[in-house]
Design a protein around this ligand. Structure first.
Ligand code: BGC
Length: 771
C-alpha cells in the first residue's frame, strides 16, 4: 500500500517527484476521451522509470499466441490494444543540455490531475548544469469535445540565466507494446510528412496470417510558440527518420522570458476513415482545432466534463479520501467509454496500460453496465449490448471451433473483434459463465430502462444463441435424474474443472428461463417481431423450447442441507474449510502459494455463489443471502478487484454495515493507494464501476422493482452525508442522503414516482422532496 498521493476532493496530486512510483503515477494520471487515451507521461525526455503509453480506441494487433503446450481449440492470437505513436513528446534543449528529469536536480515538483476539468498539469523547478534554474509549467488534455484530438501547453522560464534553447515537438512511432509475446514491433511506417510547424505520420499494423483487419493511424501535430505572450514567427527546422517526424525551433531566451509552446495533435484511424482520407482529414482536423486555439478547445472540453459531472457526480461529506476515491473512479469510467461508438468497449485497464490486452471481458456486462445505465443516456449502455449482438456470428463460430453446433453461441472470455483471445484451457474452455453475464445484461438493461425494443430487435437473437449453447453444454445425469454441468470454472478462478458450479448452473438455468419468457411474451405481444427472430435464428419452437423447458424444470443445484447453503461446486465440502484469518501471513495467495495448493484450498478469489445471489437477489430471501454470505465471505481473499463490491452490496442489503464499509474501502482507493501493488500496469477500470455500485446499490440500496425505482439508503458511520446523481426513465435526480432525511431533487422536467424505504414518493418536474 502506498500513500504518496495527497488527499483532495477534485484532484489527484503528487507533491514532490516520486521517481520510484513514476509508473504508478503515470497510470493514475492517464487521460482519455473514449477515442484515444494516454498515460500521464512527461512531454520532455525522461530516462527514469516510465511506461510510455498512447492508445487509439479499437486499434489492435493479433499477437501470435504463446503457450507452453498447445491444446486444440486455443485461439491463434491474443489481440492487443496497440501502444501507438507518441504524440505528446517535446524535447527541450537548453544550451547544450537536454532537459531530462531523470538527470537534473529537481527543486520543486507538482503533478496534478484535475478531474473536474479533465486536465493534467505539472509545475516543476529544476537546476541544470552550472546552477541554471528553469521553471516548467505544462497543461494537457484529450479533448472530450473534439474526441480525436489532444492539446498541450508547455511553458518554460529561465529563472537566473539566458541561453539558446531548442524546442522540438515530435511524433514518434518507434513504440513497442511492453506485453508483446515475441518482443516484436507491430507497426510499419506508411507515410510521413513534415512542414512548417507541423508534421504527420501514418503507421499501419503489420500483416498477419489470421485475416485480422490491418489498421492505419495517422497522427498529426501542429504547434505554435509564444514568447512573453506574443506569437513568434520563428522558423521550424524539420527532421524525419524511420517512424519519426519533428520540427525544431531555435531561440534565445533571456532571464524571466516565458516561452510557451502549444502543441495540437490528432489521431485518426482507418476504423473511421478510408485509408486515402486519413492524411487529408488529419490536416483539416488539425487546422480546425489549432484555429480554435488552446483556450477555446479547453473551454469546450471542460463544458463536456461539466455536463458529465452533472449526471454522475457523487459527493461524500466528511471524508476527503473517500470523496477523492469515488470521483477518481467516476472520472476514469467517464473518459474510458463515452458510448458514441458501438464497436468499442471497456478493457479492464481502459487506456491506462497494456495488461489484459485492452480486450473486452465479462466485466463490462457484470460490472460496468449498471454504472452507464444510471449515469448516462440509455444509448450508452445500449451500445454496449449492441457490441455483443454484432459479435453473435463470431460467438457461434467460437462455439463451433469447440464442437458445438446448430447456432449455439459461446462468447469469448477476451475479445476485440468477437474472436476468442484467451489461451488457458481452464478459462478459455471452462469459464463459460461469461455467456450468462451477457444474457443478464440484456435483462438488466430492459429492467432499468423499461425499453423492450432492444429485446425484440437484437436481444432475443443473442439469448437464443446462448440458450442453445447451454442446452448442448449441459448433460443429463441418469444417476441424479437431473441436468448437470461438468468441467467448468466459475467466477472463482481458484478452482478449475469442477462439476456443477452453482453459479454457472444457476445462470444457465436462468438464461433458458428468461429466453423462454421472452419468446412467450413476444408471441403474445408482437408476433411479427417473433417471426423475424425465428426467421433469423431458425428457432424450432416445439423442439428447442421443449428441451429448454425440461432443463429449467430439472436442473441440479448443489446444496448443503446441514448448513443450508448453496455449494460453490458439488465437491466443495470435501475441502478443509479454513478462513482467511487462518492464513493471514500467506496473502496474497496467488503470489505466495503454488497453483496446486490454491486449487485444493477452500479459498475463493472472487465472489462466486455470492455473485449469483447479487444478480438474482429477487429469487432468494434475505435469510438465504445471510447464510451464504456468512459461509463464503470468511473464505474469500478478494484477489480479483471485481470481488469486494459484490460483497459490499450484499452486506449492505443484509444490514452488515461495517462489513459493507470495509469492502467499499477496498475498492474505492484500490489504485490510488496501490493496494494490490499493480497500479503501474494500469488502473482497474472495470472494477471502478463496482465501487460506484457499492455506494449506489450498496449504501443507497438502489434497485428497480416492477418498473419502479427503489431506494433504501443509509449513511455509513464514517461519513456525515452523501449525494449521488442518477437518471431513471427520463428523469434526472440528485439524491442526498443524510443521517435523518433523504432529499430527492428532480433536476429534469419528467416527474417520477419512486419508493424510498418502502414509502411511495412523487417528485414532480424540477421539484425537491424531503423524505
Ligand atoms: C478475474 C476475471 C476478470 C479479469 C479481468 C481476472 O482476474 O478473475 O473475473 O474478468 O480479471 O478483469
Amino acid at each position: 500500500m502506498k500513500n504518496y498521493i495527497s488527499h483532495d476532493e477534485w484532484c489527484i496530486v503528487e507533491n514532490g517527484f516520486h521517481p520510484e512510483n513514476n509508473e504508478i503515477t503515470e497510470s493514475l494520471m492517464s487521460l482519455g476521451n473514449g477515442r484515444m487515451g494516454q498515460r500521464g507521461n512527461f512531454e520532455e525526455r525522461y530516462t527514469g522509470k516510465t511506461l510510455l503509453g498512447n492508445y487509439v480506441a479499437g486499434v489492435y494487433f493479433p499477437d501470435k499466441t504463446r503457450v507452453g503446450w498447445w491444446k486444440n481449440g486455443y485461439p491463434n492470437y491474443f489481440a492487443k490494444v496497440l501502444n501507438a505513436c507518441n504524440w505528446v513528446g517535446i524535447d527541450v534543449q537548453i544550451g547544450d543540455e537536454m532537459l531530462d528529469l531523470g538527470k537534473c536536480q529537481i527543486d520543486e515538483f507538482r503533478r496534478v490531475l484535475n478531474m473536474k476539468e479533465g486536465v493534467l498539469e505539472r509545475t516543476v523547478k529544476v537546476t541544470l548544469s552550472g546552477g541554471r534554474q528553469l521553471s516548467i509549467h505544462t497543461k494537457r488534455f484529450c479533448s472530450m469535445a473534439d474526441d480525436e484530438s489532444g492539446a498541450i501547453s508547455y511553458s518554460l522560464v529561465p529563472l537566473n540565466f539566458s541561453a539558446e534553447c531548442i524546442i522540438t515537438p515530435f511524433l514518434d512511432g518507434n513504440i513497442r507494446n511492453r506485453d508483446s509475446n515475441y518482443d516484436e514491433s507491430f507497426w510499419n511506417e506508411i507515410a510521413k510528412e513534415s512542414g512548417d510547424h507541423a508534421g504527420y505520420l501514418t503507421l499501419e499494423t503489420k500483416e498477419n496470417p489470421y485475416g485480422v483487419e490491418q489498421f492505419r493511424v495517422t497522427t498529426g501535430m501542429k504547434f505554435e510558440i509564444k514568447i512573453n505572450g506574443e506569437p513568434t514567427q520563428l522558423e521550424s527546422q524539420t527532421f524525419t527518420s524511420e517512424k519519426y517526424v519533428s520540427g525544431s525551433i531555435k531561440c534565445t531566451l533571456k532571464e524571466s522570458d516565458n516561452l510557451t509552446i502549444y502543441k495540437y495533435a490528432v489521431n485518426l484511424s482507418s476504423a473511421n476513415y478510408a485509408a486515402d482520407e486519413l492524411l487529408p482529414s488529419a490536416k483539416t482536423y488539425i487546422d480546425r482545432i489549432s484555429e480554435k486555439g488552446f483556450d477555446q478547445m479547453y473551454a469546450e472540453h471542460v463544458q463536456v466534463w461539466a455536463d458529465k459531472w452533472a449526471k454522475n457526480d457523487i459527493v461524500i461529506e466528511g471524508n476527503v479520501a473517500a470523496q477523492q476515491g469515488i470521483r477518481f473512479n467516476i472520472f476514469h469510467l467517464g473518459q474510458t467509454y463515452t458510448g458514441e461508438d458501438e464497436r468499442l468497449n471497456i478493457g479492464p485497464k481502459g487506456f491506462t496500460g497494456e495488461k489484459y490486452g485492452g480486450g473486452t471481458y465479462w466485466d463490462t456486462e457484470a460490472y460496468c453496465i449498471p454504472f452507464y445505465l444510471a449515469t448516462a443516456e440509455h444509448k450508452v449502455a445500449r451500445n454496449l449490448l449492441v457490441y455483443r449482438h454484432k459479435h453473435l456470428q463470431k460467438a457461434i463460430e467460437n462455439a463451433e471451433k469447440l464442437g458445438f453446433s446448430d447456432g449455439a453461441a459461446l462468447y469469448p472470455m477476451v475479445t476485440m473483434n468477437g474472436e476468442e483471445c484467451h489461451n488457458e484451457w481452464e478459462i478459455t474452455f471452462e469459464e463459460i459463465h461469461r455467456n450468462g453475464a451477457i444474457a443478464y445484461a440484456i435483462y438488466d438493461y430492459t429492467r432499468y430502462t423499461g425499453d423492450q425494443s432492444y429485446l425484440s430487435e437484437y436481444g432475443l437473437e443473442v439469448l437464443i444463441g446462448i440458450s442453445r449453447f447451454w442446452k448442448q453444454r449441459i448433460t443429463w445425469s441418469t444417476d441424479r435424474n437431473k441436468y448437470v454441468m461438468l468441467g467448468v470454472t466459475g467466477p472463482n478462478e481458484y478452482e478449475n474443472n469442477v462439476n456443477n458450479n452453482w453459479y454457472t448452473n444457476y445462470i444457465a438455468f436462468w438464461t433458458l428461463r428468461y429466453t423462454l419468457e421472452n419468446v412467450s411474451r413476444l408471441w403474445a405481444e408482437d408476433t411479427q417481431a417473433l417471426n423475424e427472430v425465428i426467421h433469423k435464428t431458425g428457432l424450432k419452437l416445439n423442439k428447442e423450447l421443449g428441451e429448454w423447458k425440461h432443463i429449467v424444470e430439472s436442473m441440479y443445484f448443489p446444496y448443503d442441507e446441514n448448513r443450508k447453503v448453496f455449494l460453490q461446486q458439488q465437491g466443495f465440502l470435501d475441502k478443509e474449510l479454513l478462513t482467511v484469518d487462518d492464513i493471514s501471513d500467506h496473502r496474497p495467495i496467488n503470489q505466495k502459494w503454488s497453483w496446486d495448493r490454491i486449487l485444493r484450498s477452500c479459498f475463493i478469489k472472487q465472489a462466486d455463489v455470492l455473485q449469483g445471489l447479487y444478480f438474482f437477489e429477487d429469487e432468494f430471501d434475505s435469510e438465504t443471502v445471510r447464510r451464504n454470505f456468512a459461509f463464503y465471505e470468511p473464505m474469500t481473499v478478494h484477489e480479483s478487484s471485481l470481488s469486494p463490491c459484490v460483497h459490499a452490496i450484499l452486506a449492505a442489503g443484509i444490514g452488515l454495515k461495517e462489513k459493507a464499509y470495509e469492502m467499499y474501502v477496498r475498492t474505492a482507493r484500490l489504485d490510488l493507494d496501490d493496494y494490490n501493488n499493480d497500479t503501474q500496469d494500469g488502473l482497474h477500470i472495470t472494477s471502478m464501476a463496482g465501487t460506484w455500485m457499492s455506494i449506489v446499490k450498496g449504501f443507497a440500496g438502489q434497485r428497480v422493482k416492477d418498473g419502479v425505482l427503489v431506494l433504501n439508503p443509509y449513511v455509513p458511520e464514517q461519513w456525515n452525508a452523501y449525494s449521488f446523481r442518477i437518471g431513471f426513465r427520463g428523469s434526472w435526480l440528485k439524491i442526498s442522503v443524510k443521517k435523518r432525511e433523504v432529499i430527492i431533487e428532480n433536476t429534469s422536467e419528467t416527474a417520477l414516482k419512486l419508493l424510498v424505504k418502502g414509502r411511495e414518493i412523487a417528485v414532480g418536474s424540477l421539484e425537491t422532496v424531503v423524505v
